[in-house]
Ligand binder design. Structure first.
Ligand code: AMP
Ligand code: MG
Length: 417
């Protein structure tokens, strides 16, 4: 269990810049320490616990990149055609069973081990074969169509580094290096709950004034996508005693508690009082829009992350804060999603001093990508996330964007899965 020291998320400043929040997370959150070995088939999305050092060269042997004829470059004439006898065969998985002799050509297929002494392969499309001989055009480069042993990964070097979140290509590479299992960090156990008397479970009738709980379903998918084992605590009412009971029981067996709703200051404050009664809670007035405030706290020594109620603010604060928090807690390297520069097709005015995230849609045009703002803006418009491509990020110093100016674009595909 990751242990937090007492009241570690205290933040004294008035408005907390995103970068400050991220460095506090890096500083205060201790990663889980337990590891486990899992089969490759179970390792997708998990965090690699130890460097994977290549136990041998990849590929293990020099081999042919094409179907053709393997030969010694020294046997080729530079100016005119060369004719060589075809005296053996090497196919993938079936190397030439005898030593190569200079002066011969070996019929070879893609992936077959290069016969020792043959350094070059001529593609079959560039050869003419006649009665056991092959006629080769001049002009071939020494070493052509030959893949060297170790050209992919060299023996003894790090193929995958500790802290990496394993994705399908990583598993392919691990398999190529002979791994059946990998040492990964234990999956985070995350308790997830929604809070609000207006919330109902999809599939049940909806009373007047009520809405269905969408945040929990959004968050469950995001948390699972990051490899967490999620316990769904359901919808909790706006009642301090019920919240307190749920929090205390969740703290016993989880690494993190994630809640959404009930975090806005000035409202009924049930969640705030509930968390404070069994730990501590701080409203980080993040200098972002949408999304502030986000509450960071602890129930006993288990971290508590209180996200806003509005679904768009949930998505944005998850991307900006919760995701780095989870990476850190899981023992992963800090995430560094790709951000692209695109050209704005809109104008926008904003306050200095806070970072704003606009939902954006991209369209290709001439030399590059143009970004439109999603036309409907509110923090409750969940369909705006579904129908946008990502977030346009306007940093703290920016006050105005006009058409044609460059702006940072973070694709949802980088962060929302
Ligand atoms: P709150 O943070 O509780 O003041 O909620 C802010 C807004 O988000 C209100 O309109 C809530 O109805 C809405 N909201 C809170 N929780 C959820 C949820 N789990 N799913 C959908 N909307 C929610
Ligand atoms: Mg509420």
């Amino acid at each position: 269990m990751a242990q937090l020291s007492e009241d570690c998320f205290a933040f004294g400043g008035a408005l907390c810049p995103v970068d400050k929040a991220l460095s506090l997370i890096e500083e205060k959150v201790q990663p889980v320490v337990e590891n486990e070995r899992v089969a490759l088939s179970q390792a997708c999305g998990r965090i690699l616990a130890q460097d994977l050092v290549a136990p041998f060269d990849l590929p293990p042997h020099a081999n042919s990149a094409v179907d053709g004829y393997a030969l010694a470059f020294a046997d080729l004439s530079a100016e005119s055609e060369t004719v060589l006898p075809v005296t053996g065969l090497a196919a993938a998985g079936h190397p030439l069973a005898r030593p190569f002799v200079p002066g011969e050509a070996i019929r070879i297929f893609t992936g077959a081990a290069m016969p020792e002494g043959a350094d070059t392969v001529m593609m079959q499309e560039d050869c003419v074969v006649e009665r056991g001989f092959v006629r080769l055009k001049p002009g071939l480069r020494k070493g052509a169509n030959r893949r060297e042993a170790g050209e992919d990964v060299t023996r003894g070097t790090i193929a995958l580094c500790a802290g990496r979140r394993l994705l399908p290509a990583d598993l392919g590479l691990a398999a190529a290096l002979g791994c059946r299992e990998l040492e990964v960090r234990r999956a985070l156990r995350v308790a997830l709950l929604s809070n609000g008397d207006e919330l109902f479970e999809p599939g049940t009738p909806l009373p007047a004034g009520a809405i269905y709980d969408s945040n929990r379903h959004l968050l469950k998918g995001l948390l699972r996508g990051l490899g967490a084992a999620v316990s769904d605590l359901g919808i909790l009412p706006d009642r301090e005693a019920a919240l307190r009971e749920a929090l205390l029981s969740a703290a016993g067996e989880h690494d993190l508690i994630v809640a959404s709703g009930g975090m806005s200051s000035g409202e009924e404050d049930h969640m705030k009082r509930a968390v404070e009664s069994c730990g501590s809670l701080h409203f980080w007035r993040l200098a972002i829009k949408p999304g502030r405030p986000v509450a960071m706290g602890q129930v006993g020594s288990v971290p508590f992350l209180g996200l806003p109620g509005n679904p768009v603010a949930v998505a944005v604060t998850f991307i900006v804060l919760a995701r780095p928090f989870l990476f850190r807690l899981a023992g992963a390297l800090a995430p560094s999603p790709l951000v692209f520069r695109v050209r704005a097709a809109f104008s926008y005015r904003k306050k200095k001093g806070r970072r704003e995230y606009l939902r954006g849609r991209l369209r290709g045009e001439g030399k590059g990508l143009l970004a439109d703002r999603y036309p409907v803006e509110g923090a409750g418009i969940l369909s705006s996330i579904v129908r946008s491509d990502g977030l346009l990020i306007l940093d703290e110093a920016t006050t105005a964007i006009d058409p044609g100016e460059e702006v940072d674009f973070l694709p949802f595909s980088e962060v929302l899965w």
